[in-house]
Design a protein around this ligand. Structure first.
Ligand SMILES: Nc1ncnc2c1ncn2[C@@H]1O[C@H](COP(=O)(O)OP(=O)(O)OP(=O)(O)O)[C@@H](O)[C@H]1O
Ligand SMILES: [Mg+2]
Length: 238
């Protein structure tokens, strides 16, 4: 069990440079982040500020140039690929803007897949999460038969099937209309409250992010906590 006071996921002075034809560019220049178990945080920032880069690093999908990423106190950056793959599969869930569902599998098969990869397929739980995201009646449908919002709900169900400790979402509402985007975030919030998974949500949509507070802004390669005094009220963003 996690000690609720110790961070689930933390970065220390995280840096990421990319080589470009124009030379080396620093994208992340010392990001400090602390995520506690069960916490839901939003990361906002302009296009190109490094939000996806940061999320990929947090999920062990890419290596930083410098700094540490501690998951339950273990440094992901010094772990072997096998150990890292195990953590990615069992402890992290991923949700991306373009859903990334496998087109040749039904919704049910898509949702079950990560648990099959981990060697612990849990058919009952896969159906239960499909029910929670209100897609149980569509379980035998293929992704192409679903709307964008439905596909995103299925992608969220898939991210939860292994009961991860943290779900990393990159623009989960980026392709959806306002109303659907609101319902997706409200679903995520509900899952966060009921299941206690931590969520890190990268979004362009600050109006939506502010409703749930805990907003961090990536500016010039560092992460700043927004002054709560400046947080607009729900009425102001509506
Ligand atoms: N593999 C790469 N090689 C070189 N540069 C890269 C690479 N990946 C990202 N970048 C650069 O790093 C910067 C940050 O990219 P990133 O995708 O993290 O931004 P973002 O904040 O997610 O933007 P958006 O809101 O548009 O999704 C961009 O300038 C991008 O061009
Ligand atoms: Mg991005």
């Amino acid at each position: 069990m996690n000690n609720t006071d110790s961070p689930l996921l933390a970065t220390y002075d995280l840096k990421k440079d990319y080589n470009s034809p124009a030379g080396r560019i620093g994208i992340l220049k010392g990001v400090q982040l602390i995520l506690k178990a069960g916490e839901m945080i939003f990361i906002v920032g302009r296009s190109g500020s490094g939000k996806s880069t940061l999320l990929h690093l947090l999920g062990g999908l890419d290596q930083p140039t410098a700094g540490k990423i501690l998951f339950e106190g273990e440094d992901l950056t010094s772990m072997g690929e096998k150990a890292l793959a195990k953590i990615r599969n069992r402890r992290f869930g991923f949700v991306f803007q373009l859903y990334h569902l496998l087109p040749e599998l039904t919704l049910y098969e898509n949702v079950l897949l990560p648990s099959m990869i981990s060697g612990k397929p849990d058919e009952k739980w896969a159906k239960e999460i499909l029910r929670r995201v209100k897609l149980l009646s569509r379980q035998d449908h293929y992704p192409s038969e679903l709307s964008g919002g439905e596909q995103q709900r299925a992608a969220i169900a898939r991210a939860l099937v292994n009961r991860p400790s943290v779900v990393l979402c990159d623009e989960p509402t980026g392709n959806l209309d306002r109303e659907t985007a609101e319902s997706i975030l409200s679903l995520i919030h509900d899952l966060n409250q009921r299941e206690g998974q931590a969520f890190v949500i990268v979004t362009h949509d600050e109006g939506l992010a502010w409703r749930y507070s805990n907003v961090l802004r990536l500016v010039d390669g560092v992460l700043l906590r927004e002054d709560r005094g400046q947080v607009p009220t729900v009425e102001q963003v509506q």
